[in-house]
Design a binder for this molecule. Structure first.
Ligand SMILES: Nc1nc2c(ncn2[C@@H]2O[C@H](COP(=O)(O)OP(=O)(O)OP(=O)(O)O)[C@@H](O)[C@H]2O)c(=O)[nH]1
Ligand SMILES: [Mg+2]
Length: 612
């Protein structure tokens, strides 16, 4: 390696750098959060990561210094002879070639010694730590090349006088490797390339994988030169294969900058091909290295194409993010709907008289006296009042027992309905692709400890409200005397009974069953004390208080679901991404017109030479 070290290239700095937009995009992509599962979301996550990587590996550094050496990535099928071709180009074993697949795991970058400053730092491919021949960062030694599935994390740099200044050659791992890490890394490296030198063989060129990878070059309009290696040395065969390969390239929309054919021949010492085999490639690369305009044109074309493609990716990510918001809304709606239903059921149970049964009825009848069904309610009410007067003097125990019975019944309804509501939400989430992951191991429908007691407390608090209502309604002297003669507790229970019967009886007053009769008794009783209008108003107020207190408790059971949703972060919004996408398209077209201007009138962005 040369000892001559030029100063590191000057890079523009600060927020006005042309790449500031791309820096921001790296941030936006990095904070895309696709937390809800849906078909294709896993792919989208991968796209966001590789887009961010492509920006840092290639697009930002290229935009910042369009004249930096051209990065030629040698990629292609496993064992196609990529390393062998590179070694032959530089005339020595600069990168390991071998019979064992895969041979190249750690990428090797060959550059002219004077171009070293462009590659030594983290300007391009910042995720790969730099090592020099023989060296290896300590943390990477555990993962010896040739072992395991994880991609290499290092880039080996070699400064060689044989590499022309102005371009660097990167030996990449195999795109169709048995090692998944290799497959990933080779694609990452090709995404970072200004120019692809794509190597396949006479045997392998029709395989699916190379074409799948080449398609990505077409999508970003990257300049590709194709090498077909190991062509049988028989008359007519190279021409025949070349024709077939050209037709395939054309079918795939790929117009290669060059097509190089290398015939099979015995290797020289050191595993090199006969020098003549790579002469054409060598000549082409040297001409390119010497032609700054042509290099700039290739760099700009790949840059513009990649930015355009990236704009499309970012737009589709915006759609994805929007879909995420929709999924979040859907899951939230499921919760809201289920618990609205819970509230409705509770309200219904509170008002339809269904609580006025069994124990409640028995205790209420203790208050008003069982006895004969009354023909004259007036008489009956009169008798009840007498009785209540006595009951009050007996400390109103039947009234308290009736309140307790109501409390028990109501608590039961609330606990039951909320439990069922929570289970319905859990079920619905479990059968929703995006909800599944949220309920996994979370037990969101679990009844919180002490929930029943909380409900009981709320009901008691409401009973306190009702007694307070009765007290304040009976504030004037005449009413006060009546309330006191009956007992606040007894009058309060009567009002509660009216509340629980309200929708069933008050509007029509016609449904008369056992429960109804007793409720009517309560109502008549209250009417004789407060008057009809006041009773209606009191019942409505009491009912509102109850519903309000119960709703708060129902909401409590919905909270774990909403909290679980809130735990899924939102990340970058779709609008930001759409703006980014537009900015990328603008930038791409600016670079394209720059490239056209640089190429001059009638100029093409094509490198020198032709492939005929
Ligand atoms: N005889 C002969 N052998 C070749 C030729 N090209 C490659 N080979 C051999 O094929 C094997 C694979 O070559 P490599 O250069 O390691 O291939 P590669 O594409 O770099 O392989 P990976 O890095 O594993 O993807 C080696 O043993 C080479 O010596 C050729 O033209 N003739
Ligand atoms: Mg190799």
């Amino acid at each position: 390696m040369s000892t001559h070290r030029p100063a590191a290239p000057d890079l523009p700095a600060g927020p006005d750098r042309p790449a500031a937009l791309l820096d921001a995009l790296v941030g936006d992509l990095g904070t895309i959060r696709l937390g809800f599962e849906a078909p294709g979301v896993a792919d989208a996550r991968g796209q966001a990561v590789s887009a961010g990587r492509q920006l840092e590996d290639h697009l930002i550094p290229r935009l910042e210094s369009v004249d930096a050496p051209l990065l030629v990535v040698v990629g292609g099928s496993t064992g196609a002879g990529k390393s062998t071709i590179l070694n032959t180009l530089v005339g020595r074993e600069a990168t390991r070639a071998g019979a064992i697949r895969p041979t190249t795991r750690r990428p090797v970058l060959l550059h002219h010694p004077e171009d070293a400053p462009w590659f030594e730092g983290a300007r391009i491919l910042p995720g790969l730590s730099r090592v020099h021949p023989g060296g290896s960062a300590p943390e990477a030694q555990a993962q010896a090349p040739g072992e395991g599935d994880a991609p290499a994390t290092e880039l080996e740099l070699r400064g060689l006088e044989e590499v022309p200044r102005g371009l660097a050659l990167l030996d990449a791992p195999d795109i169709d490797s048995v090692a998944s890490g290799n497959r990933e890394l080779s694609r990452q490296l090709l995404r970072a390339a200004d120019l692809w030198l794509f190597v396949t063989t006479a045997n392998r060129y029709a395989d699916a994988v190379p074409w799948e990878v080449l398609r990505t070059a077409v999508e970003r309009d990257a300049t590709v030169a194709v090498v077909m290696n190991r062509i049988p040395e028989r008359p007519g065969v190279p021409e025949e294969l070349a024709t077939d390969l050209r037709a395939m390239l054309e079918r795939h929309g790929l117009d290669p900058a060059r097509l190089f054919l290398i015939t099979e021949s015995p290797l020289r010492d050191g595993g090199l091909l006969p020098a003549g085999g790579v002469e054409e490639i060598d000549g082409w690369l040297r001409a390119l290295a010497a032609d700054q305009g042509a290099r700039g044109a290739i760099a700009r074309r790949t840059l513009a194409g990649s930015l355009e493609e990236l704009g499309g990716t970012v737009a589709s990510l915006a759609d994805r993010v929007e879909e995420q918001n929709r999924l979040r809304g859907e899951l939230g709606d499921t919760v809201d709907e289920a618990f609205a239903d819970v509230r409705e059921r509770i309200e219904q149970a509170v008002g339809d008289g269904s609580l006025l049964r069994g124990e409640v009825l028995a205790r209420w009848q203790d208050v008003v006296g069982t006895g004969e069904i009354v023909r004259s309610l007036e008489t009956f009410v009169g008798r009840v009042r007498d009785r209540l007067g006595r009951a009050l003097r007996g400390e109103g125990r039947p009234a308290v027992a009736a309140q307790d019975a109501l409390e028990t019944g109501l608590v039961h309804v609330v606990v039951d309905e909320t439990a069922r509501g929570a289970e319905r939400v859990e079920q619905a989430w479990r059968s929703h692709p995006a909800g599944q992951g949220l309920v996994e191991g979370a037990d969101l429908a679990r009844m919180p400890e002490g929930y029943g007691q909380d409900v009981a407390q709320a009901v008691r608090a409401w009973q306190g409200d009702v007694l307070e209502l009765v007290r304040s309604e009976g504030a004037d002297r005449r009413t006060k005397a009546r309330v006191l003669s009956l007992g606040v507790n007894a009058v309060g229970v009567a009002l509660m009974i009216v509340v629980f019967a309200s929708t069933a009886f008050i509007p029509t007053g016609l449904e008369v069953g056992t429960g109804a009769a007793t409720a009517v008794v309560g109502q008549k009783l209250l009417e004789t004390i407060f008057g009809e209008d006041a009773v209606r108003r009191l019942a409505r107020t009491a009912r509102e208080h109850l519903v309000e207190r119960l709703h708060a408790l129902v909401e409590e059971r919905a909270a774990p679901f909403h909290e679980r949703l809130d735990e899924v972060p939102e990340g970058t919004g779709p609008d930001t991404l759409r703006e980014d996408s537009r900015a990328l398209a603008d930038l791409a077209s600016r670079i394209r017109s720059e490239a056209a201007a640089a190429a001059g009138p009638g100029g093409s962005s094509r490198p020198t030479g032709s492939d005929s």
